[in-house]
Design a protein around this ligand. Structure first.
Ligand SMILES: [Zn+2]
Length: 219
């Protein structure tokens, strides 16, 4: 479908998003055609990078990810701090398959020595770092972002106010409000306690989706 845009047809992109849990049956799902036509892999954090590398090798399609609080701190010098074959999208935006994707790694700080953890105020400062790119996108493409991936959920949405490690980030609510992505994929919150919790919430023009443990979506 790509390449038809000159003629007014917007191609759809099939996305596989993964977070937080290794899916042992990934191989059988792939061989049963479950991931057929997937054109984009999104990692929302807390996955072993070797596992992300396995998925990108298997599906052979672009992969973008953000680190979670159980992932190592990103370092250019350390190969183990990144997933080969994928792009760490933390605080960046990229255009791929006619989609503008933006990334925001980490979660709320709940341990003084934890990596990829940020206070609410630090998270706002991180979003501020993204503003120039969002502005450039708006000038260049007429929109700031189509798809946001983050590890943390926004504040008050799919988060857990009773658990300090699972408070959502208020800066993400702000980012959604100013960038207006059509989709926001996040991880970090697992609903093993209460399966009645919603996995999708619409805020304004954004559909917020809890990826855990994986989602397939055509956008
Ligand atoms: Zn997490």
């Amino acid at each position: 479908m790509h390449g038809n845009n000159f003629y007014g047809t917007i191609g759809s992109v099939k996305i596989l998003a993964v977070s937080d849990q290794v899916i042992d049956r990934m191989y059988s799902l792939a061989s049963s055609g479950h991931f057929q036509d997937v054109r984009l892999i999104l990692g929302c954090g807390d996955m072993p990078y070797t596992y992300l590398e396995y998925i990108v090798t298997m599906l052979n399609t672009p992969m973008y990810y953000v680190p979670g609080n159980h992932d190592p701190e990103f370092s250019l010098r350390d190969k183990r701090s990144r997933a080969e074959g994928g792009i760490n999208l933390d605080l960046k935006t990229e255009s791929v398959n006619d989609l503008l994707i933006g990334g925001f790694g980490g979660c709320i700080r709940y341990r003084p020595d934890g990596v990829n953890q940020y206070t609410q105020i630090e998270s706002y400062l991180r979003v501020i770092q993204m503003l120039p790119q969002l502005l450039i996108n708006r000038i260049r493409y007429g929109r700031a972002m189509d798809v946001l991936i983050s590890h943390s959920p926004p504040y008050g949405i799919h988060d857990d106010i009773f658990d300090p490690a699972h408070h959502g980030l208020k800066a993400l609510n702000w980012l959604i409000r100013i960038a207006k992505p059509r989709y926001h994929f996040h991880g970090h919150t697992h609903f093993y306690r209460n399966n009645l919790e919603p996995q999708e919430t619409v805020v304004g023009t954004t559909k917020i989706i809890n990826v855990y443990p994986y989602k397939i979506l055509e956008v």
